[in-house]
Design a binder for this molecule. Structure first.
Ligand code: BG6
Length: 278
């Protein structure tokens, strides 16, 4: 089932339901803000106080950060790019079988995007809802010149309590600590007792989020960088659309092409970033 919905304020989204899972996806930002397997707890975290307003980024779910991750070079343009607040188009949906539904959303350059980023492009996100959440973010260069992107599928995971979780799969990986701007190397699993904001590099295998009663798997392709982020107490109290205690129930593991893992895309060529959560 693929149903198009509209809030009274004009905010539009798509609801998907099949025998294995359900999801909600906003056309603004191609933003998946709900994914839940049948009979299980939601995998994605969504802020209780998030805005569903035209032009404002949703806090939680899977923001699409594109065509830059973090700040642009001179810090004058929106953090994490313009794709997450732009209105995407629904291209089509496919009810593959009773357990599997796919939709594709598309964003292309406009006068507004060309003012911020002077390249012609097509960006498509194919989302497949089954007993796994699969995302394929395809960037195609429609310009005459090559361009460079950094990007992320900035997934917010719901956790029972931040103090009780561990991330496996990044042991011995080098990372840039975005709090100190120092290069470090991960030793063992990641656990949380303070603010964490790191860009892991040379990541190849599966990442596991170990929580009290469940393990969530994340597998990326077309990417060798992963961002791990929890704002902890002080930053959380300053963040938009987040309650001061929200840091306790979420963490982000972001499937990225960030810092050294930027992508140069030539005219008429494409790059696809894939992430599967299960
Ligand atoms: C993460 C960054 O990817 O996104 C953090 O590593 C940042 O530094 C976070 O605070 C949230 O960003 P925003 O723009 O959604 O508030």
């Amino acid at each position: 089932m693929i149903v198009h919905k509209k809030l009274p304020n004009g905010f539009v989204y798509i609801e998907i339901k099949n025998s294995s899972a359900e999801a909600k996806i906003a056309l603004q930002g191609a933003h998946i803000f709900h994914y839940k397997r049948e009979g299980k707890e939601p995998i994605l975290w969504l802020s209780e106080v998030s805005d569903f307003e035209v032009g404002k980024a949703i806090r939680g779910g899977v923001p699409v950060c594109w065509p830059w991750f973090g700040f642009n070079e001179n810090k004058t343009l929106p953090q994490h790019g313009f794709a997450r607040t732009a209105l995407w188009k629904f291209v089509g949906g496919d009810e593959v079988d009773e357990k599997t539904t796919s939709i594709t959303l598309r964003l292309t350059h406009s006068d507004e995007t060309l003012k911020m980023w002077c390249y012609k492009f097509e960006l498509e996100l194919k989302i497949t809802i089954s007993d796994r959440l699969s995302m394929e973010l395809k960037t195609t260069n429609l310009d005459r010149e090559s361009f460079t992107i950094t990007q992320a599928l900035h997934t917010y995971f719901a956790v029972s309590h931040i103090s009780d979780v561990a991330i496996k799969g990044l042991d011995k990986k080098p990372y840039l600590d975005a709090l100190t701007w120092k290069n470090e190397v991960q030793k063992g699993d990641i656990s949380f007792n303070q603010e964490v904001d790191r860009v892991y590099q040379e990541v190849d295998g599966e990442i596991l989020l170990i929580d009290k009663n469940r393990t969530v798997h994340l597998k990326n392709e077309g990417s060798s960088s992963v961002v791990v982020w929890n704002p902890w107490i002080e930053k959380c109290s300053r963040m938009s659309a987040m309650k001061p205690t929200a840091y306790e129930s979420m963490l982000c593991i972001e499937s990225a092409n960030a810092f050294d893992d930027f992508k140069v895309i030539k005219p008429n060529e494409s790059h696809t970033l894939r992430a599967a959560v299960y």
